[in-house]
Design a protein around this ligand. Structure first.
Ligand code: EPZ
Length: 421
Protein backbone atom coordinates (compact mmCIF):
# COMPACT_ATOMS: atom_id res chain seq x y z
CA UNK A 1 0.00 0.00 0.00
CA UNK A 2 1.34 3.43 -0.87
CA UNK A 3 1.19 6.70 1.06
CA UNK A 4 1.81 10.35 0.31
CA UNK A 5 4.37 12.33 2.31
CA UNK A 6 3.40 15.99 2.14
CA UNK A 7 5.46 18.89 3.39
CA UNK A 8 2.74 21.55 3.66
CA UNK A 9 2.41 25.28 4.25
CA UNK A 10 3.80 26.15 0.81
CA UNK A 11 1.67 28.27 -1.61
CA UNK A 12 0.99 26.46 -4.89
CA UNK A 13 1.76 28.30 -8.12
CA UNK A 14 2.11 27.52 -11.83
CA UNK A 15 -0.19 25.96 -14.41
CA UNK A 16 -1.33 22.47 -15.41
CA UNK A 17 -3.74 20.87 -17.85
CA UNK A 18 -6.95 19.35 -16.46
CA UNK A 19 -7.34 15.57 -16.87
CA UNK A 20 -10.16 13.92 -18.85
CA UNK A 21 -13.39 13.28 -16.95
CA UNK A 22 -13.51 9.92 -15.12
CA UNK A 23 -17.31 10.01 -14.97
CA UNK A 24 -17.50 10.51 -18.74
CA UNK A 25 -14.83 7.99 -19.71
CA UNK A 26 -16.40 5.11 -17.73
CA UNK A 27 -19.89 5.11 -19.37
CA UNK A 28 -18.38 5.91 -22.79
CA UNK A 29 -16.03 2.92 -22.58
CA UNK A 30 -18.93 0.70 -21.43
CA UNK A 31 -21.09 1.89 -24.35
CA UNK A 32 -18.28 1.07 -26.82
CA UNK A 33 -19.38 -2.61 -26.68
CA UNK A 34 -22.24 -1.51 -28.99
CA UNK A 35 -19.89 -0.14 -31.68
CA UNK A 36 -19.38 -3.43 -33.54
CA UNK A 37 -15.83 -2.33 -34.36
CA UNK A 38 -12.96 -0.11 -33.23
CA UNK A 39 -13.62 2.95 -31.06
CA UNK A 40 -10.95 5.48 -30.08
CA UNK A 41 -11.50 7.47 -26.89
CA UNK A 42 -9.16 10.48 -26.63
CA UNK A 43 -8.26 12.44 -23.45
CA UNK A 44 -9.01 9.27 -21.50
CA UNK A 45 -7.53 9.71 -18.00
CA UNK A 46 -5.01 7.21 -16.59
CA UNK A 47 -6.99 6.01 -13.55
CA UNK A 48 -7.43 2.69 -11.78
CA UNK A 49 -11.19 2.95 -12.40
CA UNK A 50 -10.48 3.21 -16.15
CA UNK A 51 -8.15 0.19 -15.92
CA UNK A 52 -10.91 -1.78 -14.15
CA UNK A 53 -13.35 -0.82 -16.93
CA UNK A 54 -10.88 -2.04 -19.57
CA UNK A 55 -10.57 -5.35 -17.73
CA UNK A 56 -14.36 -5.76 -17.89
CA UNK A 57 -14.36 -4.92 -21.62
CA UNK A 58 -11.73 -7.60 -22.20
CA UNK A 59 -13.75 -10.09 -20.16
CA UNK A 60 -16.67 -9.35 -22.52
CA UNK A 61 -14.52 -10.20 -25.55
CA UNK A 62 -13.19 -6.77 -26.52
CA UNK A 63 -9.53 -5.97 -27.22
CA UNK A 64 -8.27 -2.79 -25.53
CA UNK A 65 -5.08 -0.81 -25.91
CA UNK A 66 -3.85 2.51 -24.55
CA UNK A 67 -1.69 4.73 -26.79
CA UNK A 68 -0.85 7.87 -24.77
CA UNK A 69 -4.09 9.64 -23.82
CA UNK A 70 -6.08 7.56 -26.31
CA UNK A 71 -7.74 4.25 -25.46
CA UNK A 72 -8.61 1.97 -28.39
CA UNK A 73 -11.41 -0.55 -27.92
CA UNK A 74 -12.04 -3.23 -30.56
CA UNK A 75 -15.54 -4.49 -29.81
CA UNK A 76 -15.95 -6.52 -33.01
CA UNK A 77 -15.85 -9.79 -31.06
CA UNK A 78 -17.71 -8.56 -27.97
CA UNK A 79 -20.20 -11.26 -26.99
CA UNK A 80 -20.05 -11.75 -23.22
CA UNK A 81 -23.13 -11.13 -21.11
CA UNK A 82 -21.82 -11.88 -17.61
CA UNK A 83 -19.61 -9.69 -15.43
CA UNK A 84 -18.09 -11.77 -12.61
CA UNK A 85 -18.41 -10.66 -9.01
CA UNK A 86 -14.66 -10.05 -8.64
CA UNK A 87 -14.69 -7.52 -11.48
CA UNK A 88 -17.90 -5.89 -10.20
CA UNK A 89 -16.33 -5.52 -6.77
CA UNK A 90 -13.27 -3.79 -8.23
CA UNK A 91 -15.45 -0.86 -9.25
CA UNK A 92 -19.03 -0.41 -8.18
CA UNK A 93 -19.82 1.95 -11.04
CA UNK A 94 -19.49 -1.11 -13.33
CA UNK A 95 -23.29 -1.12 -13.10
CA UNK A 96 -23.06 1.20 -16.13
CA UNK A 97 -22.36 -1.95 -18.20
CA UNK A 98 -25.94 -3.10 -17.48
CA UNK A 99 -27.60 -1.22 -20.34
CA UNK A 100 -24.79 -1.77 -22.82
CA UNK A 101 -24.50 -5.56 -22.36
CA UNK A 102 -28.29 -6.05 -22.26
CA UNK A 103 -28.69 -4.10 -25.50
CA UNK A 104 -25.77 -5.89 -27.15
CA UNK A 105 -26.50 -9.53 -26.22
CA UNK A 106 -30.14 -9.56 -25.11
CA UNK A 107 -29.17 -10.57 -21.57
CA UNK A 108 -26.87 -9.46 -18.74
CA UNK A 109 -25.81 -11.07 -15.47
CA UNK A 110 -23.91 -9.15 -12.86
CA UNK A 111 -23.74 -8.78 -9.11
CA UNK A 112 -24.89 -5.65 -7.37
CA UNK A 113 -21.71 -4.77 -5.46
CA UNK A 114 -23.90 -3.17 -2.81
CA UNK A 115 -22.75 -0.41 -0.54
CA UNK A 116 -19.49 1.46 -0.82
CA UNK A 117 -17.76 4.03 1.34
CA UNK A 118 -20.32 6.76 0.67
CA UNK A 119 -23.63 4.97 0.79
CA UNK A 120 -25.76 1.93 -0.06
CA UNK A 121 -25.87 2.86 -3.75
CA UNK A 122 -29.12 1.05 -4.69
CA UNK A 123 -29.81 0.44 -8.39
CA UNK A 124 -33.61 0.18 -8.27
CA UNK A 125 -34.02 3.07 -10.73
CA UNK A 126 -31.75 1.28 -13.23
CA UNK A 127 -33.67 -2.02 -12.94
CA UNK A 128 -37.13 -0.42 -13.08
CA UNK A 129 -36.05 1.36 -16.27
CA UNK A 130 -34.77 -1.86 -17.91
CA UNK A 131 -38.13 -3.45 -17.07
CA UNK A 132 -39.98 -0.51 -18.71
CA UNK A 133 -37.81 -1.09 -21.82
CA UNK A 134 -39.20 -4.63 -21.95
CA UNK A 135 -36.55 -6.64 -20.14
CA UNK A 136 -37.32 -9.26 -17.51
CA UNK A 137 -35.41 -8.47 -14.31
CA UNK A 138 -34.27 -10.89 -11.60
CA UNK A 139 -32.78 -9.24 -8.51
CA UNK A 140 -32.13 -11.51 -5.54
CA UNK A 141 -29.44 -11.34 -2.89
CA UNK A 142 -27.21 -9.15 -4.98
CA UNK A 143 -27.52 -11.28 -8.12
CA UNK A 144 -28.92 -9.31 -11.08
CA UNK A 145 -30.14 -10.88 -14.33
CA UNK A 146 -31.93 -8.99 -17.09
CA UNK A 147 -33.12 -10.55 -20.34
CA UNK A 148 -34.75 -9.19 -23.48
CA UNK A 149 -34.40 -11.98 -26.07
CA UNK A 150 -36.64 -10.19 -28.55
CA UNK A 151 -34.85 -6.87 -28.07
CA UNK A 152 -35.82 -3.74 -26.13
CA UNK A 153 -38.75 -1.45 -26.86
CA UNK A 154 -38.75 2.31 -26.34
CA UNK A 155 -40.77 3.62 -23.38
CA UNK A 156 -41.49 6.78 -21.39
CA UNK A 157 -39.45 6.58 -18.18
CA UNK A 158 -39.86 9.09 -15.37
CA UNK A 159 -37.03 8.98 -12.82
CA UNK A 160 -38.06 9.68 -9.20
CA UNK A 161 -34.52 11.05 -8.74
CA UNK A 162 -32.28 12.42 -11.53
CA UNK A 163 -29.84 9.51 -11.15
CA UNK A 164 -26.68 9.93 -13.25
CA UNK A 165 -26.07 6.20 -13.68
CA UNK A 166 -29.70 5.34 -14.37
CA UNK A 167 -29.90 8.11 -17.02
CA UNK A 168 -26.73 6.72 -18.62
CA UNK A 169 -27.96 3.10 -18.63
CA UNK A 170 -31.28 4.13 -20.17
CA UNK A 171 -29.64 6.26 -22.90
CA UNK A 172 -27.27 3.44 -23.83
CA UNK A 173 -29.95 0.69 -23.86
CA UNK A 174 -32.57 2.88 -25.60
CA UNK A 175 -30.11 3.87 -28.35
CA UNK A 176 -30.77 0.52 -30.09
CA UNK A 177 -34.27 -0.19 -28.75
CA UNK A 178 -37.23 -0.30 -31.13
CA UNK A 179 -39.05 3.03 -31.18
CA UNK A 180 -38.77 6.14 -29.04
CA UNK A 181 -37.72 6.47 -25.39
CA UNK A 182 -38.34 9.54 -23.28
CA UNK A 183 -36.43 10.04 -20.03
CA UNK A 184 -38.29 12.49 -17.78
CA UNK A 185 -36.37 14.03 -14.83
CA UNK A 186 -33.09 12.90 -16.41
CA UNK A 187 -29.75 13.78 -14.80
CA UNK A 188 -28.27 16.95 -16.37
CA UNK A 189 -24.57 16.52 -15.52
CA UNK A 190 -22.09 17.46 -18.30
CA UNK A 191 -21.02 13.80 -18.42
CA UNK A 192 -24.54 12.90 -19.59
CA UNK A 193 -24.18 15.27 -22.57
CA UNK A 194 -20.72 13.88 -23.28
CA UNK A 195 -22.07 10.31 -23.35
CA UNK A 196 -24.93 11.41 -25.65
CA UNK A 197 -22.38 13.04 -28.00
CA UNK A 198 -20.42 9.79 -28.07
CA UNK A 199 -23.53 7.67 -28.74
CA UNK A 200 -24.67 10.08 -31.48
CA UNK A 201 -21.17 9.77 -32.94
CA UNK A 202 -21.88 6.04 -33.19
CA UNK A 203 -25.14 6.79 -35.06
CA UNK A 204 -27.60 7.05 -32.16
CA UNK A 205 -30.39 9.61 -32.29
CA UNK A 206 -30.42 11.33 -28.88
CA UNK A 207 -31.75 14.84 -28.27
CA UNK A 208 -32.09 16.92 -25.11
CA UNK A 209 -29.16 15.47 -23.13
CA UNK A 210 -28.19 17.93 -20.39
CA UNK A 211 -31.81 19.00 -19.98
CA UNK A 212 -34.52 17.42 -17.84
CA UNK A 213 -36.13 15.48 -20.72
CA UNK A 214 -34.00 13.31 -23.04
CA UNK A 215 -35.52 11.85 -26.23
CA UNK A 216 -33.93 8.78 -27.81
CA UNK A 217 -35.09 7.42 -31.17
CA UNK A 218 -33.84 3.83 -31.36
CA UNK A 219 -31.77 2.72 -34.38
CA UNK A 220 -31.03 -0.80 -35.63
CA UNK A 221 -27.33 -0.75 -34.91
CA UNK A 222 -24.46 1.57 -34.05
CA UNK A 223 -21.09 1.94 -35.76
CA UNK A 224 -17.53 2.78 -34.62
CA UNK A 225 -16.48 6.36 -33.91
CA UNK A 226 -13.86 8.34 -32.08
CA UNK A 227 -14.49 10.80 -29.29
CA UNK A 228 -12.62 13.21 -27.03
CA UNK A 229 -13.69 13.06 -23.38
CA UNK A 230 -14.56 16.40 -21.73
CA UNK A 231 -12.29 17.74 -18.96
CA UNK A 232 -12.88 16.49 -15.42
CA UNK A 233 -14.68 19.30 -13.57
CA UNK A 234 -14.17 17.70 -10.15
CA UNK A 235 -10.44 17.07 -10.62
CA UNK A 236 -10.07 20.64 -11.93
CA UNK A 237 -11.97 22.09 -8.97
CA UNK A 238 -9.81 20.05 -6.58
CA UNK A 239 -6.62 21.60 -8.00
CA UNK A 240 -8.16 25.08 -7.67
CA UNK A 241 -8.95 24.25 -4.02
CA UNK A 242 -5.29 23.27 -3.53
CA UNK A 243 -4.29 26.78 -4.62
CA UNK A 244 -7.00 28.38 -2.49
CA UNK A 245 -6.10 26.48 0.70
CA UNK A 246 -2.35 27.21 0.34
CA UNK A 247 -2.83 30.95 -0.41
CA UNK A 248 -1.40 30.35 -3.89
CA UNK A 249 -2.24 31.18 -7.48
CA UNK A 250 -2.60 28.64 -10.31
CA UNK A 251 -3.93 28.44 -13.84
CA UNK A 252 -5.70 25.37 -15.23
CA UNK A 253 -5.77 24.78 -18.98
CA UNK A 254 -8.14 22.64 -21.05
CA UNK A 255 -11.15 23.07 -18.76
CA UNK A 256 -14.75 24.00 -19.56
CA UNK A 257 -15.38 26.88 -17.13
CA UNK A 258 -19.18 26.62 -17.46
CA UNK A 259 -19.03 23.10 -15.95
CA UNK A 260 -17.37 24.50 -12.83
CA UNK A 261 -19.82 27.38 -12.31
CA UNK A 262 -21.40 25.96 -9.10
CA UNK A 263 -17.97 25.61 -7.43
CA UNK A 264 -16.54 28.88 -8.82
CA UNK A 265 -19.39 30.68 -7.04
CA UNK A 266 -18.21 29.23 -3.72
CA UNK A 267 -14.54 30.05 -4.43
CA UNK A 268 -15.59 33.68 -5.06
CA UNK A 269 -17.67 33.72 -1.84
CA UNK A 270 -14.50 32.58 -0.03
CA UNK A 271 -12.71 35.65 -1.39
CA UNK A 272 -10.76 34.02 -4.25
CA UNK A 273 -10.11 35.95 -7.47
CA UNK A 274 -11.23 33.88 -10.47
CA UNK A 275 -10.05 34.75 -13.99
CA UNK A 276 -11.51 32.98 -17.03
CA UNK A 277 -9.96 33.11 -20.53
CA UNK A 278 -11.35 30.61 -23.03
CA UNK A 279 -10.54 27.13 -21.72
CA UNK A 280 -8.34 28.39 -18.86
CA UNK A 281 -9.18 29.34 -15.29
CA UNK A 282 -6.86 31.23 -12.94
CA UNK A 283 -7.51 31.26 -9.20
CA UNK A 284 -5.63 33.52 -6.81
CA UNK A 285 -6.30 33.05 -3.13
CA UNK A 286 -6.90 35.78 -0.54
CA UNK A 287 -4.64 36.14 2.50
CA UNK A 288 -7.45 34.54 4.55
CA UNK A 289 -10.44 32.62 3.12
CA UNK A 290 -13.90 33.80 4.14
CA UNK A 291 -16.51 31.33 5.44
CA UNK A 292 -19.60 30.49 3.40
CA UNK A 293 -22.95 30.39 5.20
CA UNK A 294 -24.32 27.28 3.48
CA UNK A 295 -23.09 24.88 0.80
CA UNK A 296 -25.78 22.37 -0.18
CA UNK A 297 -24.98 19.52 -2.60
CA UNK A 298 -27.55 19.11 -5.38
CA UNK A 299 -27.87 17.39 -8.76
CA UNK A 300 -26.25 19.41 -11.58
CA UNK A 301 -26.37 22.36 -12.12
CA UNK A 302 -26.30 22.55 -8.31
CA UNK A 303 -23.17 22.21 -6.17
CA UNK A 304 -21.62 18.76 -6.91
CA UNK A 305 -21.61 16.12 -4.16
CA UNK A 306 -18.19 14.97 -5.45
CA UNK A 307 -16.76 18.32 -4.35
CA UNK A 308 -18.35 18.26 -0.89
CA UNK A 309 -15.30 16.77 0.84
CA UNK A 310 -12.74 19.10 -0.81
CA UNK A 311 -14.82 22.20 -0.06
CA UNK A 312 -15.21 21.13 3.58
CA UNK A 313 -11.41 20.92 3.88
CA UNK A 314 -11.16 24.37 2.29
CA UNK A 315 -13.72 25.93 4.66
CA UNK A 316 -12.02 24.41 7.71
CA UNK A 317 -9.38 27.19 7.40
CA UNK A 318 -11.79 30.04 6.54
CA UNK A 319 -12.55 32.86 8.98
CA UNK A 320 -15.96 32.16 10.50
CA UNK A 321 -18.48 29.32 10.52
CA UNK A 322 -19.70 27.48 7.41
CA UNK A 323 -22.36 24.81 7.00
CA UNK A 324 -22.15 22.01 4.41
CA UNK A 325 -25.26 19.92 3.73
CA UNK A 326 -24.92 16.62 1.82
CA UNK A 327 -28.27 15.87 0.18
CA UNK A 328 -27.20 13.16 -2.30
CA UNK A 329 -25.42 10.36 -0.40
CA UNK A 330 -26.27 9.19 3.11
CA UNK A 331 -22.76 8.64 4.47
CA UNK A 332 -20.37 10.93 2.69
CA UNK A 333 -18.79 12.53 5.81
CA UNK A 334 -16.54 9.59 6.78
CA UNK A 335 -13.37 11.60 5.99
CA UNK A 336 -14.22 14.26 8.63
CA UNK A 337 -12.87 12.10 11.48
CA UNK A 338 -9.52 12.15 9.69
CA UNK A 339 -9.77 15.85 8.83
CA UNK A 340 -10.11 16.64 12.54
CA UNK A 341 -6.64 15.13 13.07
CA UNK A 342 -5.32 18.15 11.13
CA UNK A 343 -6.94 20.45 13.70
CA UNK A 344 -10.17 21.12 11.80
CA UNK A 345 -13.13 21.99 14.04
CA UNK A 346 -16.17 20.29 12.50
CA UNK A 347 -19.37 18.95 14.05
CA UNK A 348 -21.49 16.50 12.02
CA UNK A 349 -25.20 16.20 12.63
CA UNK A 350 -26.85 13.82 10.15
CA UNK A 351 -26.42 15.30 6.68
CA UNK A 352 -25.06 18.59 8.01
CA UNK A 353 -21.45 19.47 8.84
CA UNK A 354 -20.87 22.66 10.85
CA UNK A 355 -17.34 23.97 10.24
CA UNK A 356 -15.75 26.46 12.65
CA UNK A 357 -12.82 27.88 10.72
CA UNK A 358 -9.37 27.75 12.36
CA UNK A 359 -6.32 29.97 11.69
CA UNK A 360 -4.13 27.07 10.72
CA UNK A 361 -4.11 23.32 10.33
CA UNK A 362 -1.41 21.10 11.82
CA UNK A 363 0.50 18.28 10.12
CA UNK A 364 -0.95 14.82 10.81
CA UNK A 365 -1.00 11.17 9.75
CA UNK A 366 -4.34 10.20 8.19
CA UNK A 367 -6.04 7.26 6.47
CA UNK A 368 -8.01 7.77 3.26
CA UNK A 369 -11.61 6.45 3.53
CA UNK A 370 -12.72 7.05 -0.08
CA UNK A 371 -11.83 8.87 -3.29
CA UNK A 372 -13.04 12.41 -2.59
CA UNK A 373 -12.44 12.17 1.16
CA UNK A 374 -8.84 11.35 0.28
CA UNK A 375 -8.64 14.50 -1.85
CA UNK A 376 -9.86 16.51 1.15
CA UNK A 377 -7.10 15.06 3.35
CA UNK A 378 -4.43 15.91 0.76
CA UNK A 379 -5.74 19.50 0.70
CA UNK A 380 -5.44 19.67 4.50
CA UNK A 381 -1.89 18.28 4.34
CA UNK A 382 -0.90 20.85 1.69
CA UNK A 383 -2.15 23.60 3.99
CA UNK A 384 -0.65 22.35 7.28
CA UNK A 385 2.94 23.38 8.01
CA UNK A 386 5.24 20.37 8.46
CA UNK A 387 5.28 16.74 7.34
CA UNK A 388 1.94 14.96 6.91
CA UNK A 389 1.29 11.38 5.84
CA UNK A 390 -1.76 10.25 3.85
CA UNK A 391 -2.19 6.49 3.76
CA UNK A 392 -4.44 4.43 1.44
CA UNK A 393 -3.86 6.58 -1.64
CA UNK A 394 -5.17 3.81 -3.93
CA UNK A 395 -8.57 5.39 -3.28
CA UNK A 396 -7.28 8.71 -4.64
CA UNK A 397 -5.73 7.09 -7.73
CA UNK A 398 -9.20 5.82 -8.70
CA UNK A 399 -10.20 9.34 -9.78
CA UNK A 400 -7.16 11.61 -9.88
CA UNK A 401 -4.53 11.12 -12.61
CA UNK A 402 -0.94 11.13 -11.23
CA UNK A 403 -2.01 13.21 -8.22
CA UNK A 404 1.45 13.62 -6.68
CA UNK A 405 3.16 14.48 -10.00
CA UNK A 406 0.41 16.98 -10.84
CA UNK A 407 0.78 18.68 -7.44
CA UNK A 408 4.59 18.76 -7.83
CA UNK A 409 4.08 20.58 -11.17
CA UNK A 410 2.34 23.22 -9.04
CA UNK A 411 5.40 23.29 -6.72
CA UNK A 412 3.85 21.32 -3.88
CA UNK A 413 6.19 19.08 -1.88
CA UNK A 414 4.42 15.72 -2.26
CA UNK A 415 6.20 12.37 -2.47
CA UNK A 416 4.88 8.85 -2.76
CA UNK A 417 6.31 6.11 -0.51
CA UNK A 418 5.57 2.56 0.50
CA UNK A 419 3.37 2.57 3.61
CA UNK A 420 4.79 0.71 6.63
CA UNK A 421 3.35 -2.78 6.79
C1 EPZ B 1 -22.45 9.14 -10.30
O1 EPZ B 1 -22.76 8.08 -9.41
C2 EPZ B 1 -20.96 9.42 -10.14
N1 EPZ B 1 -20.19 8.24 -10.51
C3 EPZ B 1 -20.67 9.79 -8.69
O2 EPZ B 1 -19.27 10.11 -8.62
C4 EPZ B 1 -21.48 11.03 -8.33
O3 EPZ B 1 -21.27 11.33 -6.97
C5 EPZ B 1 -22.97 10.76 -8.58
O4 EPZ B 1 -23.17 10.34 -9.96
C6 EPZ B 1 -23.83 11.98 -8.33
O5 EPZ B 1 -23.39 13.03 -9.14
C7 EPZ B 1 -19.97 7.97 -11.82
O6 EPZ B 1 -20.42 8.69 -12.71
C8 EPZ B 1 -19.14 6.77 -12.14
P1 EPZ B 1 -26.67 8.65 -8.82
P2 EPZ B 1 -24.21 7.36 -9.48
O7 EPZ B 1 -27.29 7.46 -9.44
O8 EPZ B 1 -24.63 7.25 -10.89
C9 EPZ B 1 -29.61 7.26 -5.36
C10 EPZ B 1 -17.10 10.06 -7.74
O9 EPZ B 1 -16.62 10.41 -6.65
N2 EPZ B 1 -30.01 6.19 -6.30
O10 EPZ B 1 -26.92 10.00 -9.40
O11 EPZ B 1 -24.14 6.15 -8.65
C11 EPZ B 1 -28.21 7.03 -4.80
O12 EPZ B 1 -28.27 6.16 -3.68
C12 EPZ B 1 -18.41 9.31 -7.78
O13 EPZ B 1 -16.57 10.30 -8.87
C13 EPZ B 1 -31.10 5.39 -5.98
O14 EPZ B 1 -31.73 5.54 -4.92
O15 EPZ B 1 -25.09 8.47 -8.73
C14 EPZ B 1 -27.76 8.40 -4.42
O16 EPZ B 1 -28.31 8.72 -3.16
C15 EPZ B 1 -19.00 9.04 -6.40
N3 EPZ B 1 -31.46 4.39 -6.84
C16 EPZ B 1 -28.41 9.29 -5.48
O17 EPZ B 1 -29.47 8.51 -6.06
C17 EPZ B 1 -30.79 4.18 -8.01
O18 EPZ B 1 -31.18 3.28 -8.77
C18 EPZ B 1 -27.46 9.74 -6.58
O19 EPZ B 1 -27.04 8.60 -7.25
C19 EPZ B 1 -29.69 5.02 -8.32
C20 EPZ B 1 -29.32 6.02 -7.45
Amino acid sequence: MKKFLVSGGVPLYGSVRAQGAKNSALPILAASVLSGGVVRVHNCPRLSDVDATLRILEHLGCKTERVGDTVRVDASAASGSEIPDALMREMRSSVVFLGAVLAKTGSVRLSNPGGCEIGLRPIDLHLDAMQKLGASVYDEAGRIECAAPRGLKGARITLSFPSVGATENIMIAAAVAEGETLIVNAAREPEISDLADFLNGMGAKIAGAGEGVVRIMGVKRLHPTEHTVIPDRIAAATLLAAAAITKGEITLHRVIPAHLEPVLTVFRQCGCEIGIRGDSITLSAPARLRSVKTVRTMPYPGFPTDFQAPVTALLSTAAGTSVVIETIFESRFKYIGELIRFGAKIRVDGRMAVITGVDRLVAAKADTPDLRGGAALVLAALCAEGESEIRGIHHIERGYEAPDATLRELHADVRCAEADA
